[in-house]
Design a protein. Sequence first.
Length: 386
Amino acid sequence: MTLLSPGISRRDFWQAVAANFLFFCNINAFNLLPLYIADLGGSEARIGWIMGVYSLAAIVCQPLVGRWVERFGIKPFLFLGAVAGFLASVAFSFLTELSPLFSLLRLLQGFGYSAFFIANLTLITGIAPPDHRAEAVGIFGISGLVSIGLAPALGELVIHAYGYPRFFLSASLFSLGCLIVIGAIKPPPILLVASHPGDGISGKSVLLPLGISGIFGVGVGTLFAFFPPFARGVGVERVGDLYVAYAVAAVGVRLLGRRWSDLWGRWQVVMPALLVNAAGIFLLVWPGPASALVWIGILFGGSHGLLYPTLIALIVDQVPSGGRGRVLGLFSGAIVLGTSFGPIVMGVVAERIGYQAMFGITGLLPVLGVVVIAWSFRPGPVGAGP
């Protein structure tokens, strides 16, 4: 097996990877925003709402953006996303007390994420050969995973040295770099395909993958929203270590297992990855020493490294090339539906019964997903659904 397939060696692929890295360095720096909200006196429910409202914007925007990308092209939405991230970051640097502006800026970030991510993912899935699709998405996604570890770790250093305003301004520099890279990208044309009941876009074959994507989103949103204040409460001084472990594990799994679902089948990879995901969440129910919490990042990050590219490949396998924007909009919409309502609902749960019980409930969801898949699963060729 060669190191990378020909479709993954193209210049436009690596330009998209670079833009993705810079964009998500900006986005993932805001995983530290709950600390600022808490320092300003925000409750768990307030943290959950502000962090979750970002995803509410994406829920509304992403199905629409998927259609707009097919109609108007990829590059305008890459630009819109990066500009939105820049403006929101600069605006946060001027906020010194909790106000509705926090939610409004998170809405702007949610729109920016929707525009950029759907456009860039449409570009990547169009470049990649079908029999290397999961590999391409996995390699592409490493850039975002690295940003999960790097941006919060660097952000903590900036906050401790210079404070939150300069932290937000430094995050905006990533968006500027992203805009520069976007200027060099030349996306291929998209052939528009009309949706009809037999084209797979509106068929039942995508419903189960979308449901599993939503479950995965609940876990991601809940962990990222509530781990920082929870860790502080159990004596962890540096929350950035979890994000580094998360990113290292996810990148390692992407490199080691980048061809697993292309060779063995999509669902055969999804089910064990969900169980590993659940194990990472369940460790929060019985937190050990501060150093042991890094294992949460390793398990959760490793499952992320497998689930995300495999679910994308599984869904894209079902549709013609001209429908990829729409189905990727549905996929990402399902993810952000989970990341949105996960923090909002689980924030209320945490206030009533505590963090540990809340994490226990969250961990049961991927186990439920495995049960549903096992019940409906039928063995088939690579890319086949249940």
